[in-house]
Design a protein around this ligand. Structure first.
Ligand SMILES: *Cc1c(COP(=O)(O)O)cnc(C)c1O
Ligand code: SF4
Length: 391
């Protein structure tokens, strides 16, 4: 984008005054949970078992809109609704536009397939050399360890496979993937994701980590999860101590909105950080949820305060039924424009588009090179001032 276009774009995206956000409710004030004791509340298995999965349960807590009622009905069987009791306390019961509500409660819009939308836009199934494995880049692989999550995000990229259906959990289901990694000495980085790997039991996670760690050419292990945000009770001392044994493990956490960063979430992230696991964030750019620069800036600042380094902002993939969440690409570029230079470099993630058809993550951002000729770069800085660099 040239300088004029950037300025035009800045005019287009004036900062709106911050909207007042509701505070988390005390769970005992929600009628469904009034008799729950704090020990149960802190038990992640209890949280999972008591997820809100039915319309009637939810309508006792939130006043559902007709779009939501219809959406919940149609979502059963596919990426079904499952909301942890913890997440429910963060939802504003009065506001159908609440950013946390919109990520968790299906609406009828999910049944509309927009132009260019696909079941598997990143062609993960095509680039799968063994069950549960995606191999796209030369030196790293993605291992999809489970199809289950604590909560199902309405914008999920893997909605083709993720949900509450029965899935194999036999101990040998990763054997072919492990053999493939063993046989490919170029693979130095294994990203364990899903679904959400932290939804598995400690022993099952440990089995998998031990197998991957036993491969001598694997240098770098990471886990992609949303559990610290949707079910922070899952992050226990026992889990953190187990993970520590397989260090270095980096953890990428899916965060979308500053309201997700509660005291409870911070405690979960602290436990991981104190076990020596470096933390990064991944954020999906979502219309009406985090598409304003001031919301993203607040999110990035709060992440740094809980020791999470912003890593990626993703353009929302063209997955079937997600059109209502997608923004123009210019919105994402403008967000980066409003961050870079204006705040700590550590608070600036990379905005990427996952190339449809399997192109991998492609960075898109403001253009700071105005012209480039032999030995001469004309650059602009974050304020739009022009500088010449001579080689
Ligand atoms: C995102 C992704 C990775 C990891 O990419 P990084 O840019 O290294 O974080 C690896 N494999 C696949 C298939 C991916 O989608
Ligand atoms: S946690 Fe991740 S995999 Fe699970 S539903 Fe949300 S986006 Fe999809």
């Amino acid at each position: 984008m040239n300088h004029v276009a950037v300025v035009e774009n800045q005019k287009l995206q004036q900062e709106a005054p911050p909207r007042r956000l509701s505070r988390p409710q005390d769970y005992q004030q929600i009628s469904l949970f009034k008799d729950v004791n704090p020990l149960e509340w802190e038990d992640w298995h209890w949280q999972l078992k008591h997820r809100i999965r039915a319309k009637d349960e939810l309508s006792g807590v939130l006043k559902l809109t007709p779009e939501e009622e219809e959406g919940i009905k149609k979502a059963s069987g596919r990426l079904s609704m499952a909301i942890t009791p913890y997440w429910l306390t963060l939802i504003d019961p009065e506001d159908a536009a609440c950013p946390l509500r919109r990520q968790a409660v299906p609406t009828i819009s999910e049944n509309i397939v927009g132009p260019h939308e696909m079941a598997d836009p990143c062609a993960e199934d095509r680039d799968s050399p063994a069950p549960h494995l995606v191999h796209r880049y030369p030196d790293r692989v993605l291992l999809l360890a489970t199809e289950h999550c604590a909560m199902y995000c309405r914008h999920c990229t893997r909605r083709r496979m993720v949900g509450e259906h029965e899935a194999s959990n036999s101990a040998d289901r990763f054997d072919a993937a492990i053999e493939y990694i063993k046989a490919n000495r170029k693979i130095r980085d294994v990203l364990i994701s899903g679904g959400d790997p932290f939804i598995m039991e400690d022993e099952e996670i440990e089995n998998l980590l031990a197998k991957v760690r036993s491969i001598s050419h694997v240098e770098f292990l990471r886990i992609g999860t949303r559990v610290p945000v949707t079910l922070p009770q899952r992050i226990t001392e026992k889990l953190a101590n187990m993970l520590k044994k397989y260090a270095p493990i980096w953890v990428s956490i899916h965060f979308n909105h500053p309201k997700e960063i509660t005291k409870r979430c911070k405690a979960a992230c602290d436990m991981l950080a104190e076990a020596g696991l470096p933390l990064g964030s991944q954020t999906v750019l979502l219309k009406g949820i985090n598409d304003r620069p001031y919301i993203m800036k607040k999110l990035m600042h709060e992440l740094l305060q809980i020791r999470v380094r912003p890593y990626y902002i993703y353009q929302c993939d063209p997955v079937k039924g997600t059109q209502h969440f997608r923004t123009p690409v210019a919105v994402g570029i403008n967000i980066i424009e409003k961050l870079r230079g204006h705040t700590s470099g550590y608070a600036v993630p990379v905005y990427v588009i996952d190339g449809p058809g399997g192109g991998g993550k492609i960075p898109v951002g403001p253009n700071y090179i105005l012209s480039q000729a032999k030995g001469k770069y004309v650059l602009r800085n974050y304020k739009g001032k022009i500088y010449t660099y001579l080689e």
